[in-house]
Design a protein around this ligand. Structure first.
Ligand SMILES: [Zn+2]
Ligand SMILES: [Zn+2]
Length: 164
């Protein structure tokens, strides 16, 4: 991997935490579950899923906060220790290997529109989903929606984690 490549930098509001995504994400979720609504204080969360080693901390440090999750297995939310803005999460499913980067913390969030809308069963009724983007009432299978390249990256990640 060429670490000189930058997809987008990002960071918190007080600018203590600065990070870099070194490639495009695997997939982007727009999650309409009630948990994401509560955690963001708004209608949905926008998360870019990416291998942890493709997110470089350029400056500062993150405080990892154990937070309950819908699955009951919990999530670890990485926050700026000063302004407490959340920059990414790790869920039990993907473990520490996959980060869910909060798209709104990217300097260029427009580069990460949703690839799928999930948990639309609890979508706030005024949110109108765009035609042409997949939407599912709850969760989905990556093999049915992710592009081939992302599935290959996921397979490489799983192979690496088995070797460790
Ligand atoms: Zn901050
Ligand atoms: Zn959610």
């Amino acid at each position: 991997m060429n670490t000189e490549i930058t997809f987008s930098d990002g960071g918190c509001t007080c600018r203590f935490v600065r990070y870099r995504m070194t490639s495009k994400p695997l997939f982007v979720h727009c999650c309409h579950c009630r948990w994401c609504q509560r955690e963001t204080g708004t209608a949905f969360a926008l998360n870019a899923l990416i291998e942890a080693d493709r997110v470089q901390l350029l400056q500062g440090e993150v405080e990892v906060v154990d937070t309950p999750s819908n699955s009951g297995k919990g999530q670890k939310i990485s926050r700026c220790p000063r302004c407490h803005i959340a920059v990414w999460s790790n869920y039990a499913g993907g473990g520490d290997a996959v980060r869910f980067v909060r798209v709104g913390t990217l300097d260029d969030p427009d580069r990460c529109p949703p690839d799928i809308h999930i948990y639309t069963a609890s979508k706030q009724p005024w949110v109108v989903l765009p035609v042409g983007t997949p939407a599912v009432p709850e969760y989905y299978r990556a093999s049915e929606h992710w592009p081939k390249e992302s599935l290959e990256r996921r397979a490489a990640l799983l192979a690496r984690s088995r070797q460790q």
